[in-house]
Design a protein around this ligand. Structure first.
Ligand code: PLP
Ligand code: LYS
Length: 447
């Protein structure tokens, strides 16, 4: 387990993150608990800023779908990155965090009229238009508001990335974007240039997520640059912006071989520059939208061990107080994670167990077959790399309240998301009066 080698522990042999004793964090804030290492999150932002913005003038936009809240948006802003939002809720969060709206890109394959109105009212930097329906709708709404919407068009470059089927997005048969190959992309470009309330700034693609193979990115960049040139030849319009999406993979468990941000930047930018030189056109401003590789490694989830069931000769199930409700990735994508006992970090892993969640689903298994020290009820289990697509995909299945989140830095911990309680669970339930009345009737008739 590679991550274990990098873990720090204190003289009580407790796992430390950001200078904080995680066992103490679990005691103070309860479990499950998401712990976000602020220094690592900032370092990951800085890494992108250095390799892309300083080196090539590329704009870096953090994909807030991976993890978004007021504190995270504020850190992203402080580190000089922009923000990719994909719903009215993510946009609202950015606005409440006072994120500069000109650095916000609004994505989504089915933005509602209200979401588009909100984006125009907030004056977001760019709306990433996904389809022809949205293009016409946005033009009409911008017209009503007597404004012009600055857009980029999401295209499908027809590039297949090597990743899980559910998180590939660059192929033609995808719900996202307009395919270059079948002419839909060119029709959308032409229509955008005709519409009076649309200002076309450029084009966008995103081939998928958790990708290790950099050649797919270079290929997508070349396909997009070929299209920039085709648009130029056919319409005289030269795209100013080329957004190449996100997707860099991270280490979760053995078999994951993440590439460095610098390698990613170099390969992407050389592909764009080489094509610009070949066509003798100015290279467009490039934008990238990383999410997982910024927030993922900075998160750890702490759980308390409850029931332990040993089925002789078969398997030892160790249950924790969370599960697919706070981390649906293993159930959705068969994702693998590494873990350690936060209260006994440096003990030898000697027994093989499987970590079960507490949801009423046989598939709610967080980790199959992991070697850990001998576990007892009450131990604290830390699962690493849970900063991306965990809290943001969490749910209240089985009416489980969502966990809290703390931001740790230099020995201090700040609560950044409160734990939900049972009152939150029924907050939106509405009891129709007639049911109350019938309850009274039932009670009196049974007397
Ligand atoms: C359009 C778009 N941009 C950026 C991202 C972020 O990708 P990742 O978290 O893999 O960096 C995604 C998610 O896959 C996406 O759909
Ligand atoms: N939720 C996915 C990634 C989705 C990518 C969003 N376009 C994951 O956890 O890997």
């Amino acid at each position: 387990m590679r991550l274990l080698g990098t873990m720090r522990f204190n003289d009580k042999r407790h796992l430390e993150i950001g200078g904080c004793d995680t066992v103490e964090l679990a005691k103070k804030y309860g479990t499950p608990l998401y712990v976000i290492d602020e220094a690592l999150f900032r370092q990951n932002c800085q890494n992108y800023y250095r390799s892309f913005t300083e080196e090539y003038g590329t704009e870096v936009i953090y994909a807030s779908k991976t993890l978004s809240n007021l504190a995270i948006c504020t850190i992203v802003e402080q580190e000089g990155l922009g923000l990719d939002v994909v719903s009215g809720g993510e946009l609202f969060t950015a606005a409440k965090a006072r994120f500069p709206m000109e650095r916000v890109y609004f994505h989504g394959n089915n933005k509602s009229p209200d979401e588009l109105r909100l984006a125009l009212d907030y004056k977001v930097g760019r709306i990433v238009v996904d389809n022809l329906y949205e293009l016409e709708l946005l033009n009409a709404i911008a017209g009503e508001k007597d404004t012009k919407a600055s857009i980029i068009l999401r295209l499908s470059p027809g590039v297949e990335a090597h990743t899980h089927e559910y998180i590939k997005t660059g192929q033609i048969d995808s719900k996202f974007g307009l395919a270059i190959e079948n002419g839909m992309a060119m029709s959308a470009v032409m229509r955008s240039l005709e519409l009076s309330n649309i200002l076309l700034k450029g084009i966008h693609c995103h081939i998928g997520s958790q990708i290790f193979e950099l050649a797919s990115y270079a290929h997508a960049a070349e396909v997009m640059m070929n299209f920039v040139q085709k648009i130029f030849q056919e319409t005289g319009y030269l795209a100013e912006e080329l957004n190449l999406g996100g997707g860099l993979g991270i280490y979760y468990s053995e078999g994951d071989y993440p590439r460095s941000v610098k390698e990613y930047a170099d390969i992407l930018m050389s592909a764009v520059r080489a094509k610009a030189a070949e066509f003798d056109i100015p290279a467009p401003k490039v934008i990238v939208e990383p999410g997982r590789s910024i927030s993922g490694p900075s998160g750890t989830t702490l759980y308390r061990i409850g029931a332990i069931k040993d089925i002789p000769g078969i398997r030892k199930y160790v249950s924790v107080d969370g599960g697919m409700s706070d981390n649906p990735r293993p159930a959705l994508y068969k994702s693998k994670y590494e873990a350690c006992l936060a209260n006994r970090v440096n003990e030898e892993p000697i027994e093989q167990v499987s970590i079960a969640g507490k949801c009423c689903e046989s598939g709610d298994m967080l980790i199959w077959d992991i070697k850990l020290p001998v576990i007892t009820t009450g131990d604290i289990l830390a699962i690493s790399c849970t900063g991306a697509y965990n809290y943001s995909m969490s749910m209240n299945y089985n009416r489980l309240p969502r966990p809290a989140m703390v931001l740790v830095c230099e020995g201090k911990a700040d609560l950044i998301v409160k734990r939900e309680d049972y009152a939150d669970i029924i907050r939106n339930d509405v009891m129709p009066q007639r049911l109350c009345n019938s309850r009274i009737k039932l009670a009196s008739s049974s007397r």
